[in-house]
Design a protein around this ligand. Sequence first.
Ligand code: ADP
Ligand code: MG
Length: 383
Amino acid sequence: MSQSVIQPPAMLGMLGGGQLGRFFVIAAHEMGYKVTVLDPDPHSPAGQIADVHLCAAFDDAASLEQMAASCQAISTEFENVPAESLARLAQSTVVHPAAEAVAIAQHRIKEKTFFKEAGLPVGPFVPIYQAADLPDSPDMYPAVLKVARFGYDGKGQARVANRAEALLAFQGFQQEACVLEKMLDLDLEVSVVLARDAQGHIEAFPTAENSHLNGILDVSIVPARCSEVIKANAQVLAKKLATQLNYVGVLGVEFFVVGHQLLINEIAPRPHNSGHYTIDACITNQFEQQVRVITGQALGSPKLHSQAVMVNILGDSWLYRGEQVEPAWHQAFAHGQLKMHLYGKQSPRKGRKMGHFTVIGEQLDSVLNIAKVARSELHIGEM
Ligand code: ADP
Ligand code: MG
């Protein structure tokens, strides 16, 4: 049965108060909805601008009960939200994505096993539950050992050259369940953010080209500078994945490009950092799409209207002198094609995502040049 459309000024719910939640609140407000945010941080970026901020843990029974009673549809921005909380809310209100899909995305072993069983291309990996599972075979090394749960931005990962190093890393991770992935010689990384509605309609945003620094997304370039075949295949694979997962909501799919081959790296059951360019360069952005999906509206057009380069601004931009200094915003603000987004976070820390900017324009070359200049003005290393 199709879900009826939830109309403004209904209250929507968001689990998680980070920047992704903040953009969701902005999109919901533009359409006349109200938003309740659940996040334990009293200064969370989304909590600051929500209509109601429940400042509590993600499994707090009273807060979940209040959300279930007051929100007509609920989504998440935080990948590690307890799947049980989603399941509980789903008993009495609309929740997208479903707890089952989130549980798969939260666990690297379940995630990679799902890709494999769904016939989706994935690089060589071995589930590691105990030291004896660590393979000896030289074909598997060098490798990356990744903790199965709660990793993000390259955290909970170790690069290992052989079994002895893998064993040390596994012990360092307190023998938590891990995956061991063969280290791949990447030509490129790309991603696709898409939305799938309850009727199974899918709209995918254009394929983005991503580069990472220290395991953290640094830049997304759209359109991706790779063959049309690779860009189109990434779209096909992302849609196939969403359908096989019976996913409803906004989904980020990360790919490795090795030669002419695409391999799925991981999925995020929410809008994705590499989809931030959609705010300034697409007809509909990924957060509006998230509001549309959970309220049962038709999906908006994902069409790209400008070439885009998105650059993350980390806490490092405040700390380059060894002491905290406010970045030279006036220099970045001198570029008319640069769209600035700061998340309202109070304390800059190394590697903490404080904001991003997107440069848009008609020619990718000139967009890239402006992005390069603005990076140096904000003390972001060369790309
Ligand atoms: P996170 O959840 O922290 O984003 P990822 O698994 O996406 O973790 O890894 C972060 C980055 O590390 C990737 O985007 C890629 O640049 C690099 N990386 C991860 N796994 C591999 C691998 N098997 N081979 C080569 N590079 C990898
Ligand atoms: Mg990743």
